[in-house]
Design a binder for this molecule. Sequence first.
Ligand code: BGC
Length: 744
Amino acid sequence: MRCKIVGLLFFTFVYATICVAQKKSNNQKADSVLRLMTLDEKVGQLNQYNDDNQATGPVTIDNNKVDQVKNGQVGSLLNTIGSDRTRSWQELAMQSRLKIPLIFGQDVIHGFKTTFPIPLAEAASWDLPAIQMSARIAATEASASGIHWTFAPMVDIARDPRWGRVMEGAGEDPYLGSLISAARVKGFQGLNLGDTNAVMACVKHFAAYGAAVGGRDYNSVDMSERQLYEIYLPPFKAAVDAGAASFMNSFNDLNGIPAVANNFLQRTILKEKWGFKGFIVSDWGSIGELINHGYVKDTREAAAAALMAGTDMDMESRAFKNNLAQLVKDGKINIELVNDAVKRILIKKFEMGLFDNPYKFSNIMREQAALNNPAHQAAARTMAAKSIVLLKNNNNILPLSKNYKKIAFIGPLVKSLIENKGFWDVSIPGVDSNFIVSQWEGLQNKIGPGTSLLYAKGCDIEGNNKSGFSEAVSVANQADVVILSIGEKRDMSGEAKSRSNINIPGVQEELLQQLLATGKPVVVLINAGRPLVFNYTAKNATAILYTWWLGSEAGNGIADVLFGDYNPSAKLPMTFPASVGQIPIYYNHFNTGRPALDDKNHIYNSSYLDESIFPKFPFGFGLSYTNFSYTNLVLSNKNMNMKDSISVSFTLTNTGKIAGEEVAQLYLHNKHASVVMPVKALKDFKKIMLTPGESKKIQFNINKEKLSFFNSNLKWDAEPTDFELMIGSSSEDIRLQASFELKK
Ligand code: BGC
């Protein structure tokens, strides 16, 4: 009895202390809580477990998670979904001594119930407000389902399409990647982290994960610091500047030091140089994996190395939980390092408003309304159309006429549902997570009463079975036009989905060959999570739409583009190689001392004897149903000094017969500098809608910032030199050129 009364008094005291702290800043509130915490409770905050719902990494069985939550030994759970389930875990956390709320994390990578196109596809839209909106909607749905925190955006620059995770990022360019990174952070976090529909962003994977050797997932990375700063870090920096609440480190080692134990990355760059105030979570089990890397001998050393290097939360390794307290007691870890990590996490919990109301995200009414919101589906449909890249359009076969009597829709992906969602699909227990418009349904919705749609599967995505070819050919023979939907399986790209051969799998291109032999025009839809190699299709198909994975509204989005209700405006965010042997191939390469100018001459120049040096489709490429002309380039000045700026203008005209959007791209090249510079680097772009015949004056501004780079001392600065300015419709289709000089 006496015990109970003492206990009650203690809780009243704790509660009162935290309540008094309400008037204080979140920083002070976190300090007040920190002062009350035991060492065991502090370590608890740094511990994150997977719930038993689903796993996104190797599972560790742990039978007493419930007790640990009740004892304040867990700071966060991942893969706990649904207002009911999050509420019941939170109720357990509220039984702990200090009632510190849990945060629920989830990979909400491209939508929640309403699935949006995979991030690489969205990047192809070059449409920042639309990308931000997609993240906003994902956050609205996820937060209504109890999620506080998404493990997104993934901002890893990637130059190697063998790496399956290219699907999660924004492609190869640091400038485009940085803008998209910021847009996604803002979209997820909304106006204010304390809002009920805001989720914390987690920017990942810090850092250089996209440069894994050979494109093999989890592999090592070895790169110069200059390349790291110039190419791989900018999207992370942009995310910090946009207010990202958290970071996740990466599985790879960087120049021999695993990222999770990398003091230089996490403390020197992120926390000190960039002033990042949020917290860093490890990747799944990556603290424990320090042993496999051969960096430490056991989990005790792993825990010490990770914490000292700035990792604040341990996802699924149990290295912090099992070792940190003892490391502190043994004097091996300074308690201040633990306090700093805990405080970073507590501050976010305060900012999210979870101390005021731990259940604010677990509201079944809100969940039902948010997950079935037709406005979200409409936005996903528009985003799907915006993400589709028109790669080829012989004889302007597209947009398809609505007067065709018979259209053959053939291929293994025509009627599939779940494939359209791509790799990171969140399965939501209790709701219809498979809601999806198939490509077949999308076309059915679109065609008029005078058109009939014929179907044949033709073949599977993989394997050598050609028994369906004859039916496909006979269906094609009956039709006016053929649409063929082929590509990868959705789980051929994504985490641990690296491929050494990135062709269109199986006999799908052979099926195309048979269909073309009928003499009918064949429009090919290529579904994939990465740039693929498809030389036969590129050469022979009548038209090609690269559809990636478009999400719940794939069918409608594809139909909108096929029939011209949306005029394609997307541009490739990654270079498409002509063969695997060209990889890594990217537009912003150096010139070398012996550049090759064409594929004919191989005498002592930088080329291949047996392959072109040019990509199949370059970065920034994408056609439209209309044409655009670029004229009247005017530079306000041909010289500028460091404090000046130059205004660049030109006239963009829609010279075709259909309204459409163009992404006009501005590239710069420093003719000589103290370090070798890329042949061109994207520095600005504008996406402009023009009606037929309409012209607009487009303006760019060039200032010192746009001309700066990391010099040989890794200082961000500009150097006086001559610059070449290129404006075009892709990185290779340069329409306007000029030069100017930057003076001291
Ligand atoms: C992935 C992360 C992901 C985490 C949690 C890891 O395997 O690399 O990107 O956020 O699992 O699902």
